[in-house]
Design a protein around this ligand. Structure first.
Ligand code: KIV
Ligand code: ZN
Length: 519
């Protein structure tokens, strides 16, 4: 313990992660069950206090995902979301009841706009529905003494304060031990939101029987600032997401709020979280890859430029002393210096060891496949960076079942001929070959694959980026397709961008097949 810690009264701020619920609602971010499970296990490594694993009534797939996470993920409390409706609460409870620590989170809109236009209920009816829901949730928890009931008055930022105090008091009396104050539409500014929290502490007589939580959206770019001000005013749980993903402009970014508390603990009066900071960068990358949503380069804490110094004065300062222009040591949050560690001569063990340092435990039955792929990349690139290994892993070890797999691809293209791409795709009937022409070789590949898998994808976005620098870099393709109002993301990686594109297309097809069966 340092002098600062020794002189301060420490108070914990609980971290409630809603990446698998609120962020998963982001268009294109839909995940399959295995993908959710993988992220949940990584959230447990990050040591969040609560994982909001989904909204069990919303679909059979969501129910199964929440149940699997409740049964298989150890450490954090597992939470299921529900409206203030009996069948929702029953489904949420069934999904989480086997978790060692379980939480039902029930919500209803309490602003005049939400009561008038969504539930079409009076304040009195809304209050009764909320109290009945909390009491019902509490009654289900009787066989699970550690289970928690959390209540959220949705759109609290635009709710009449007097009504907010009343509903918070009534739901605590009915058994809620966490009251979450959602800034659903990102309307308030920090001083205003802080006053709201201070008002709740002042005007709700039984407030000490519950933890005050906050859940801020980022429509005005103020989610983190609002959350931090709310903590100063007494909130002790922050609802947040990895990379700040979430509905519209997103939610409070977990990494920003955690690192603000940690870095400025002189200002935040000794508050702390139990987050394992070294996992921040690895989980940011994992979520970005799995959801297919790139992190903006200038994003605080986890953006590619967050610790890049380009001006001469800054570079000179950093060389003299890191603290001249860096307020966080990048190693503290899991940034690893890029290392040229592996080459075509590296053996299986060296690969396995490095992957394990990067957080990937490769089962023995998959190591051969990963090693084979590594050798192909190493032969072309000679030096394999960590970023290459991460691209290989996300390409080879898919959480989505491979109904189809790319076997080979050949391209004939030029300025005076119509590009033709031939693909061989592994199917349950063996390898099927097909060729097609197109506007370019990538378009031709997509057409050829579409005819084999017999699914025509409606492509709405296509992006390619280089994983590392240099002509021989691995290219990573991320594309989005639309299916029945749902947006699905596919990714693929290769030193050949046409092959990477074909893989991304097939990944999207496999994901679509999986999501259709889970819906
Ligand atoms: O933004 C919101 O109000 C929510 C609630 C369900 C807590 O996500
Ligand atoms: Zn939300």
């Amino acid at each position: 313990m340092d002098d600062f810690e020794a002189n301060q009264e420490q108070e914990k701020v609980y971290i409630f992660d809603t990446t698998l619920r609120d962020a998963e609602q982001t268009p294109g971010a839909a995940l399959g069950i295995e993908e959710k499970l993988e992220i949940a296990k990584h959230l447990a490594k990050l040591n969040v206090d609560v994982i909001e694993a989904g909204f069990p009534i919303s679909s059979p797939g969501d129910f199964d995902a929440v149940q699997r996470i409740a049964n298989e993920v150890e450490g954090p409390e597992i939470c299921g979301l529900s409206r203030v409706v009996e069948k929702d609460i029953t489904a949420a409870w069934k999904a989480i009841e086997d978790a060692p620590r379980a939480r039902i989170h029930t919500f209803v809109g309490t602003s005049p706009i939400h009561m008038g236009r969504i539930t079409r209920t009076t304040p009195e009816d809304t209050l009764r529905m909320a109290v009945d829901a909390v009491a019902y949730a509490k009654s289900l928890c009787t066989k699970h003494p550690d289970a928690t009931v959390e209540f959220s008055p949705m759109d609290a930022g635009r709710t009449e304060p007097a009504f907010l105090y009343k509903i918070v008091e009534a739901t605590i009396a009915a058994g809620a031990t966490v009251v979450n104050i959602p800034e659903t539409v990102g309307w308030t500014v920090p001083a205003e939101f802080g006053n709201l929290i201070a008002g709740i502490r002042k005007h709700v007589p039984n407030i000490d029987d519950a933890i005050i939580s906050i859940h801020c959206h980022n429509d005005l770019g103020l989610a983190v600032a609002n959350s931090l001000e709310a903590i100063q005013q007494g909130a002790r749980q922050v609802e947040c997401t990895i990379n700040g993903l979430g509905e519209r402009a997103g939610n409070t970014s977990l990494e920003e709020v955690v690192m603000a508390i940690r870095t400025r603990r002189d200002y935040f009066k000794g508050y702390y979280t139990d987050i394992n900071a070294k996992e921040i960068v690895p989980i940011s990358r994992r979520v970005s890859r799995t959801m297919g949503i790139a992190v903006q380069p200038n994003k605080a804490i986890v953006g590619a430029n967050a610790f890049a110094h380009s001006s001469g004065i800054h570079q000179d300062g950093i060389i003299k002393s890191r603290v001249t222009f860096e307020i966080i040591d990048p190693k503290e949050i899991g940034w690893k210096e890029s290392q040229l560690i592996l080459s075509p001569r590296s053996g299986r063990n060296a690969l396995k060891h490095r992957l394990s340092e990067l957080g990937y435990e490769v089962p023995p039955e998959q190591l051969d496949k990963v090693y084979e792929r590594f050798l192909k990349v190493a032969d072309k690139k000679k030096a394999v960076h960590d970023a290459d290994l991460e691209a290989i892993m996300s390409d080879e070890i898919r959480a989505v079942p491979s109904v189809f797999e790319l076997d080979y691809i050949q391209v004939v293209s030029g300025t005076k001929i119509s590009p033709t791409t031939t693909v061989g795709v592994k199917t349950e009937d063996g390898v099927v070959e097909n060729a097609s022409t197109g506007d370019g070789p990538v378009d031709a590949a997509f057409k050829a694959i579409g005819q084999i898998v017999n699914i025509q994808l409606n492509l709405i976005d296509y992006q390619i980026r280089s994983v590392t620098e240099g002509e021989d870099a691995i290219g990573e393709v991320s594309l989005k397709v639309q299916d029945n109002g749902h947006i699905i993301t596919g990714t693929g990686a290769s030193t050949d961008i046409i092959e990477a594109s074909a893989k991304a297309y097939i990944h999207a097809v496999n994901k679509l097949i999986q999501l259709r069966t889970e819906r």
